[in-house]
Design a protein around this ligand. Structure first.
Ligand SMILES: [Zn+2]
Length: 533
């Protein structure tokens, strides 16, 4: 995927949530953003309708109609650009109270209808209460959709699902908080930490260096790593439950497993109807079982209510209990009854008040439809953009004098990009044997070399093999000449071994050395490196 830097968007300072005085400032910010996007989309307007001739790879020139077909961003960026509230879905009109239900059969957003509605209300010259209510129910903000007015663009389809933001930095992060609460409730934190620290190394898997609770900041890569081992570690931590724990442990494991399985399948590069059905089943099971963690999603308001309830119950109880006989056994029995009642009431309150209605919980329900429409999910990922930051923005910032750096970053990147394009064009002309000045040809030969051949990964020997007792046999097994092996061994010995332990530099002796002597040689295992970013 090619990423080009077009513009740096202005980032206004954060405003407090409910400050009415800042309403004007918010409107100014939104208008500025729309203005910037109008500038960016300006060149697309005519070409979308009339087309533009483009050189194709087969040498022909075709009339093409470039249109905006996707926008890769995290949820908050999408909410700002689509002009919707932060708890609204950019694709469908799901009400906030149903975000956590897993239902995805809500009406798709019709941004053209909102636009019409907005215009009709504007002509009335004041925003009526009715209009405000409608905007509130639909979760939209008036006049803030930057994609408004683009021809041949389906705005709800611009939103692309993103594993990094929705799953790794979204659901997994929430789930880890719930799991920590769950482990604490059942006194299994230590078992979890022990299993976490005892994870063995494996190709493509990074062994965590710290105990889970010692990690203060999680990045996408670490969360992906966590997704690979979470279920195993949790299953170890929840071993040997007592009678009262069997049901909750089973349910918690099913819930975590469904999310892990869903994530693994969402990473597939190709799908069939069957794999998509699997994904939908996992989502369904996840929603069915997630209530086991509900008590760990208690908001501050609910916690305050629960505390108030407990105080009230205790107050009532002291009034009643004053008249109860002072026999120790009976008092103890009453105390136990009271505690149970207190717990039941707390759980009833939490179940009634807590919920999982947050937007990332809902977004996963669109994954299946997206695959049917646009193909696999890893194809669209904010990771590509994040990676491009380094070369396109951070390097430019370092080169700038830090004074109004935005323009310097853009011009630094623009120059580099232009030079690269120019060099490619000249190289194309040189290959076509065009008449170029001698110094240009010389420069091209110096800078542009032919693409190097892909590295060849040799087969690796793993463990002991009866047919490879001596160094000379390694060459036979791996099809490497004995001279090369001797040369490399001597080089290794001279560079890396201390004086007293160096190998004898005689080919015959080297060839007859037993292979066990060389097991400490460290060789990079390139073939197992991760292929994705
Ligand atoms: Zn939706």
């Amino acid at each position: 995927m090619a990423v080009l830097l077009l513009a740096l968007l202005p980032l206004p300072p954060k405003l407090p949530k409910s400050s009415a005085a800042d309403k004007l400032q918010r409107q100014i910010n939104a208008n500025t953003l729309r203005g910037v996007f109008e500038l960016i989309f300006e060149p697309l307007k005519d070409t979308t309708l009339e087309g533009v001739p483009i050189d194709c790879a087969d040498g022909k020139i075709r009339r093409c109609f470039p249109i905006l077909s996707g926008w890769i961003a995290d949820h908050m960026e999408n909410a700002t650009l689509h002009g919707i509230k932060s708890n609204a879905c950019p694709k469908c009109e799901v009400p906030p109270e149903e975000l956590g239900t897993g239902a995805n059969r809500h009406r798709a957003r019709d941004y053209a209808r909102y636009e019409r509605y907005e215009r009709e209300n504007l002509s009335l010259d004041s925003e009526s209460d009715d209009a405000c209510d409608t905007y509130e129910t639909l979760g939209i903000k008036t006049g803030q959709n930057v994609f408004q007015g683009l021809e041949r663009v389906s705005t709800p389809d611009l939103h692309m699902p993103d594993l990094l933001d929705t799953i790794y930095l979204g659901l997994f992060k929430h789930m880890m908080d719930w799991i920590q609460g769950f482990l604490k409730k059942h006194s299994r934190q230590q078992a979890f930490n022990d299993a976490w620290k005892a994870l063995p190394p494996y190709p493509g898997f990074f062994v965590p260096k710290k105990a889970y609770r010692e990690v203060t900041q999680w990045q996408g890569k670490e969360m992906r790593n966590l997704g690979r081992c979470l279920l195993g570690v949790l299953a170890v931590a929840l071993r040997q439950p007592d009678n009262s724990q069997i049901h909750p442990f089973k349910r918690a494991l099913t819930c975590v497993r469904s999310l892990c399985d869903f994530t693994m399948m969402a990473q597939y590069r190709s799908h069939t109807a069957e794999t998509i059905q699997y994904m939908e089943d996992y989502t369904e099971r996840f929603h069915e079982t997630k209530d086991i963690f509900l008590e760990f999603r208690v908001s501050k308001r609910t916690q305050a209510k629960a505390d108030e309830l407990r105080r009230e119950l205790r107050r009532q109880r002291t009034l009643v209990n004053q008249s109860v006989a002072k026999l120790t056994r009976k008092r103890r029995w009453i105390q136990e009854q009271d505690r149970e009642q207190e717990n039941d009431q707390r759980m009833d309150l939490i179940n009634a008040e807590s919920h999982c209605n947050f937007v990332k919980m809902h977004l996963i329900s669109h994954f299946g439809d997206h695959i049917y429409q646009f193909g696999n999910i890893p194809m669209f990922s904010t990771e590509y953009g994040e990676l491009a930051h380094k070369e396109q923005i951070k390097d430019g910032y370092r080169r700038s004098n830090k004074n109004n750096p935005a323009r310097q970053i853009l011009s630094s990147y623009g120059l580099q990009h232009a030079i690269r394009m120019r060099l490619l064009k000249l190289e194309f002309l040189r290959r076509a044997r065009a008449d170029l000045p001698a110094e240009v040809v010389e420069h091209l030969e110096e800078t542009l070399t032919a693409p190097s051949a892909p590295p060849v990964y040799r087969r690796m020997l793993k463990g002991h093999r009866d047919d490879v007792p001596e160094v000379a046999d390694i060459g036979r097994a791996l099809k490497v000449s004995p001279e090369t092996i001797c040369r490399e061994l001597i080089r290794y010995s001279r560079l890396s071994l201390p004086l007293g332990r160096r190998l004898l530099e005689h080919p015959a002796i080297l060839r007859s050395l037993p292979v066990e002597l060389l097991t400490q040689l460290k060789i990079a295992v390139l073939a197992f490196q991760e292929v994705d970013v």
